[in-house]
Ligand binder design. Sequence first.
Ligand SMILES: [Zn+2]
Length: 374
Amino acid sequence: MLQAAALGAIKLGDATLPMTLSPSSKATFLMDEGGLRIQSIGGRSLGLFGGWTFQIEDRLRWFLENGETLGIQIMSPSGDPWVTSLTIGGKPSRLAVKNGNIASKALSGLINHSTSWTFAHLGNVSLFPDAREVADHHYRTYAATPLTADIPDVTYHGPCLGCGAPKLTREHCTPDWISRDLGVMPVTADIFCGGCNSYFGQEFENPIASSYRAGTLLHPGTRALFSKWAIKTALTLAAASDVSIRQPWMRELRNNTIPKGFEIFAEMGTITDPGYTFAVSHFSAEDQKRGQFLTSFVLGDVSVVVAHAASQLNKIPQLPRIHPSPRPADTRASGQDSSGGLHHKLLSRMTNSQLGFTPSKMKAVTPRQPRGTR
Ligand SMILES: [Zn+2]
C-alpha cells in the first residue's frame, strides 16, 4: 500500500478501466536503454524505493511510446485493486483503439504486430474510476430498412439475462417475426440460454406477433402481455447495444411478472416507413445506479417508449401511456417529433442535462424478401 499511496492511486471500485483519466501528480515514466523507468515528479520519494526500472518487450515499448500512458494496478493486501495512470507531460490518459471485432481471430496478431492503432482520449469518461461523478448521458439510434441497416456490433459476453445460465443461444432482439414480415435485417445476440429463448418465444413473441398482425396489439385484453413484451424487447435491444441492464428486471419477466417502476407508452399506426428504428440511452454511472433506463423503438407501425425513471414521467408528447395505468398523450407539446427527437426530449427530461448524440450510419444491405411476396 506504500506504493499505492506514493503513486496517488485510487480504488478501482466498479469502474471498467484499470486506469485513471487524470494522470498521477506524483509520478511519471520514461523509457531508455535500461527499459521502462517509473520515477517521481519533482523529486518526491516513491514510497521506500525512489523509483523502479523494468525490462520491457519491444512491442510494449511501442504502445507506451505512442500512447504516452501507463496504467498501473496495485493489489492491496485485502485483494482490492488500486489504480492510477502515469503519463508523459501530465496529459490526460490515452488508450490504443482500433476498429474491429473483439472476437476476431486476428486479434492477437493485431495486438502484436499492427501499427495502425489510434491513440485516443476516451469520450466515455465514466469508464474511469476517477470520473464516476461525471455525467455521461448520451444515446444512440439504430435503424434498418429493406435496403439499408445500421445495427449494433453486439459485445455482450455475460451469462443468460433470463436465468444466469452460462450457455447461450442466438436470440432475436428485434423480433424475428417483424424482420420477416418487413424483410429487414434483424438484430441478433447471444444473451439468453435455450430455455429462456424458447420461453420468451412461446409466451411473448408468438402471441404478440398474432396480435400485431390482427391489429389488436394495444387492445385492453392484450395490455399486460404487451407490457411484458415491450420491456423484454427494450431490455434486449439495450443489452445488444452495450447498455448494462439490471438482471432482476429480466428475471422477473422470465417469471412472467412485470418488474416494478416501468412505464410504457405506445401507439399503433403512426409510422409508415418500412423497417424499424430504435434508440438506447447510456446514463451516467450515478443515474444508472438510481435505476434510470430509457429505450424507444418503432417496429413496423408500432411506436413504443419504455422508461424506468427515478420519478415517473406520467405523460409524454405524442404517445399515450399503456402501463401502469392508461394516460392520454401530453397534448401541450406542439408538433410531432421524430422518434429520435422524442427520445432526446425524454432523456433530457430524465437527466436534466445537455446530451451527446451519436448519429447512425446507414449501410446498404442485400434486400430480403418480405413475408407474403414469396
Ligand atoms: Zn436462461
